[in-house]
Design a protein around this ligand. Structure first.
Ligand SMILES: Nc1ncnc2c1ncn2[C@@H]1O[C@H](COP(=O)(O)OP(=O)(O)OP(=O)(O)O)[C@@H](O)[C@H]1O
Ligand SMILES: [Mg+2]
Length: 511
């Protein structure tokens, strides 16, 4: 096996020190050609940091990188690109106001005679890439109009356009649908067959086992396991990741639901050019109840949550909180009435990257710390510390900027920020996206605890196991409409069949 997959790049004794954090403590790692090397570990373990060293984005504090037997030193990303290394970052790095083609070729635009940008060539190449990724996206589409999963695909296309010999994929599938993941896996197969070496990072453990040939586990900046994927199963990974076997979550006891806490009636969001993104959706949630909103990508689930949060001025329909009409027309008004939304795209909607972790956490709840116009700083700081502990957010100091946190820990800050507003109704869009298995269990336990305290929770997920394990009731949406409603314990097949429009859908009322 080793012969079949020669080592294309290796890092020895890799150390990375950030102010206040030793993110990597002497790491050895090999990238094998024609194979997929997966990298796994808890949030903040150092995965992205290790990849940033290889991609020339961060400078290594100590250690060596060798390629084809020669020591190399990447001072900039351009150095690494020149050496044939491509990377898809965990956080999207795209420009919403540019077209898909412009995003893909930004920084390495094809030119005519070295002068003018050859926009036609850009378009042709983009069309080819989209075909390869089986996407129905035209080159001139404005990036900002794509849903986040499609943006992730554009990010992947951007890396493919480089023809890299080594391709790093840092959580490429966190916003992809199951079908899109399959497409990516086919592309990965093609690439490895051509001899490309792939590094693949994901928190979806089943995915790692399927796609990987080799696995390396990182824990707190140190490698705790590295081997060929043969014989590796999920318990092995979890053990190497967190030092104990799987943490379970789920419905513990039969909950005692309170009265209806939230109701939506005939919520409608027209689509530009006709039809509806959200098509007359009505639903209700009781205090203490966790309702899972399941469906395929583009079913209108996120948009429905945004309507509840007053983010779509053109939507219509009525809401009630605790039996009283929700007439406030803006986001602060809805927050004041006890609605909180944890958005899917944390980089765009959730966080202000340059502000301190503490400031981000308390941003939406400043009124609670303000008495006669004076901000109670001590109380604010204490509450921030409490939430950091409760959500096990890995920080060097609450005063560091949010940008210094690992991707998963940023997600936890978004959750903490919403919880701090003391909501009655919590809307969560893909709450487990990008967080590790231990933190996921923690977030799910937190959801359970909040529900037990009387909150109503509506969460969107594309993960079938998750919706089945966590929901007291499941509502399925397809093409903007509610196409099914199921009590806890419903057979998975029934739930899935409701996601396919126009099929015969059994409607089992849960009430
Ligand atoms: N720019 C930075 N400044 C300071 N500390 C940083 C910076 N970037 C990362 N860190 C710290 O380095 C450690 C490793 O972070 P890294 O992003 O590599 O984690 P990760 O394994 O990719 O986690 P995740 O699964 O959440 O993406 C964390 O403690 C993080 O807070
Ligand atoms: Mg990361």
């Amino acid at each position: 096996m080793t012969e079949a997959h020669p080592i294309g790049l290796s890092i020895r004794g890799g150390v990375k020190v950030y102010p206040g954090t030793r993110a990597l403590k002497g790491v050895d790692f090999d990238v094998r050609m024609g194979a997929v090397s997966v990298l796994v570990g808890e949030n903040g373990a150092g995965k992205s940091t290790l990849m940033k060293l290889i991609a020339g984005v961060e400078d290594m504090t100590e250690g060596t990188i060798t390629m084809d037997g020669r020591e190399v030193r990447f001072r900039t990303k351009a150095d690494a690109v020149a050496a044939g290394i491509g990377i898809v970052f965990q956080e999207l790095n795209l420009f919403p106001n540019l077209s898909v083609a412009e995003n893909i070729f930004i920084g390495h635009e094809p030119t005519r005679g070295g002068v003018d940008i050859d926009t036609e060539k850009q378009r042709v190449e983009t069309r080819k890439l989209m075909e390869r990724l089986e996407q129905d996206i035209t080159p001139d589409t404005l990036l900002g109009t794509l849903r986040i999963g499609q943006q992730q695909i554009v990010e992947i296309a951007k890396a493919l356009a480089q023809d890299a010999r080594i391709l790093i994929l840092d959580e490429p599938t966190s916003a992809l649908s199951a079908a899109e993941v399959e497409v990516l896996f086919r592309v990965i197969d093609e690439l490895t067959a051509q001899g490309v070496g792939i590094v693949y990072i994901s928190h979806r453990l089943e995915e790692l086992i399927r796609v990987g040939d080799y696995i390396t586990v990182l824990r707190d900046g140190t490698i705790t396991g590295a081997r060929s994927m043969e014989g590796v199963d999920i318990p092995w990974i979890v053990q190497a990741m967190i030092g104990s076997s799987s943490k379970e979550y789920g419905r513990s006891e039969v909950a005692n639901f309170g009265p209806e806490i939230f109701r939506a009636e005939e919520i409608t969001l027209p689509r530009m050019g006709g039809g509806f993104t959200v098509d007359h959706v009505s639903l209700s949630i009781r205090a203490g109840e966790i309702v899972g909103l399941y469906g395929l990508m583009g079913a209108g689930r996120s948009e429905f949550l945004e309507c509840v949060m007053a983010q779509h001025p053109h939507s219509s329909g009525k809401f009630w909180v605790e039996g009283k009409p929700l007439t406030e027309r803006d986001v602060p008004g809805r927050i004041a009435r006890g609605i909180a939304l944890i958005p899917e795209d944390r980089k765009r909607d959730g966080l202000i990257q340059i502000m301190a972790i503490r400031e981000n956490l308390t941003l939406s709840s400043l009124p609670a710390f303000t008495k006669l116009f004076h901000l109670n700083l001590k109380q604010e700081a204490q509450t921030a510390r409490d939430f950091i502990k409760r959500l096990t957010i890995k920080v060097a100091s609450p005063e560091n900027p949010v940008s210094s946190l690992s991707g998963g820990n940023q997600q936890k800050v978004v959750i903490g920020k919403a919880l701090m507003t003391g909501p009655k109704v919590l809307l969560m869009d893909e709450p487990s996206r990008g967080i590790d298995i231990g933190a996921k269990a923690e977030v799910f336990r937190t959801m359970r605890r909040l529900a037990a305290e009387g909150l109503g929770i509506l969460f969107v997920t594309s993960d079938l196991d998750e919706v089945l394990a966590l929901s007291d009731r499941i509502i399925v949406m397809a093409q903007g409409r509610v196409t099914g409603e199921f009590p806890a314990g419903t057979d998975a097949a029934k739930v899935i069949s409701a996601t396919t429009p126009n099929a015969q859908v059994p409607k089992e009322a849960a009430e």
